[in-house]
Design a protein around this ligand. Structure first.
Ligand code: ZN
Ligand code: ZN
Length: 350
């Protein structure tokens, strides 16, 4: 009989449960990884609420780290027992974008836990190219945050930060909080973190972000305009995905300034005519961002993230607010989708 494992199975919109299913068989070019930690991403919660995808997979989860337990016969350079993080994008390596190294823009985009079974499970099989080996000094919990760290770094790098910039991050979920840290590391003069949940602003302060604005108490546009003497921010990163924050992001950006859009928008958004006119009159540049860059040169956001975690210059531990067992997946997803303010980075620990 096949060996069995616990996995969170998505059955439909709002329906998920922990079940026993067979451990996947790794092919000759693949490895089997015993998952130690998987983080819950905002996109996992959206997918849980939307239900089954047209791609037929049933296991969510793409932010994970674990131990290699089986190595396919054709795999070289990886051994059983090695500690790894999994880079979840599975590029086709043939399309124009893959050939240019832009794997996250692959025409045939596949990611673990979004189009094939992911890491809310005790085991996952992946190609050896998807592994990033971990130094012994980086623990599994920190390593499970490498994916959001890489996405956050890619976001900041795509718009670009000039030394001395004033940066605003709207939305202090895990990605927003990491963006704020990267902005400081990359030379921003001032980084404002904005949210309506005091808990999240408290985490921002813990990670060294001192300029926190509670948008329930103060209008963030007014604060940013006042603090920049009416000029506006050089770069605004919209990481909340709401109508209000989208509008605020445009109103608080200086002439010729930049906006990055990365917050998942869950419904249609209407913007006032004046705000749209502002984009033109102030000649703003708006960047869309998706996933992270993983090409080997000239820059790999995963390797940079690992370096900054290992050297303690990126604080990922403070972001973690909850740890659960995979057996609890049903109640965990129900709770998070109802009441997001209390949760920041939530982990399943195996
Ligand atoms: Zn993610
Ligand atoms: Zn491709």
């Amino acid at each position: 009989m096949a060996r069995m494992m616990k996995a969170g199975i998505l059955h439909g919109a709002g329906e998920i449960s922990c079940e026993l299913i067979p451990v996947p068989e790794a092919g000759s070019k693949e490895v089997l990884v015993a998952i130690k930690v998987t983080g819950i991403c905002g996109s996992d919660v959206s997918r849980f609420l939307r239900g089954i995808s047209p791609y037929g997979f049933k296991i969510l989860g793409h932010e994970c780290a674990g131990e290699v337990v089986k190595v396919g016969s054709e795999v070289t350079g990886v051994k059983s027992g090695e500690r790894v993080a999994i880079m979840p994008v599975i590029p086709c390596r043939h399309c124009d974008f893959c050939r240019a190294g832009e794997y996250s823009l692959c025409d045939n985009f596949i990611r673990l836990g979004t189009r094939v079974d992911g890491c809310f499970a005790e085991y996952v099989k992946v190609a050896s190219e998807n592994l990033l080996k971990l130094p012994s000094t980086v623990d599994y919990e920190s390593a499970s945050l490498l994916e959001p760290c890489s996405v956050a770094l890619h976001t900041v790098k795509r718009a670009g930060i000039t030394l001395g910039d004033v940066v605003v991050v709207l939305g202090c979920g895990p990605i927003g909080l990491l963006i704020a840290q990267w902005a400081k590391i990359l030379g921003a003069r001032k980084v404002f973190a904005v949210d309506i949940a005091e808990v999240k602003l408290g985490i921002a302060r813990k990670t060294g972000i001192t300029d926190c604005i509670n948008a329930k108490a103060k209008d963030p546009v007014e604060v940013v305009m006042r603090e920049t003497k009416g000029r506006g921010a050089d770069l605004v990163l919209e990481a909340a995905g709401s109508e209000t924050t989208l509008e605020q992001s445009i109103r608080m950006t200086r002439k010729l300034g930049k906006i990055s859009l990365l917050g998942l928008v869950e419904k249609d958004v209407t913007l006032p005519q004046k705000t749209i006119t502002d984009i033109m009159r102030r000649e703003l540049t708006i960047y869309g961002v998706y996933d992270a860059d993983t090409k080997p040169v000239p820059f790999n956001s995963w390797e940079a993230s690992l370096h900054f975690i290992e050297t303690g210059r990126l604080d990922v531990k403070s972001l973690i607010t909850h740890r659960f067992r995979i057996d609890e997946i049903k109640s965990v997803f129900e709770k998070i989708s109802r009441k997001r303010e209390d949760f920041n980075k939530v982990l399943f620990v195996f």
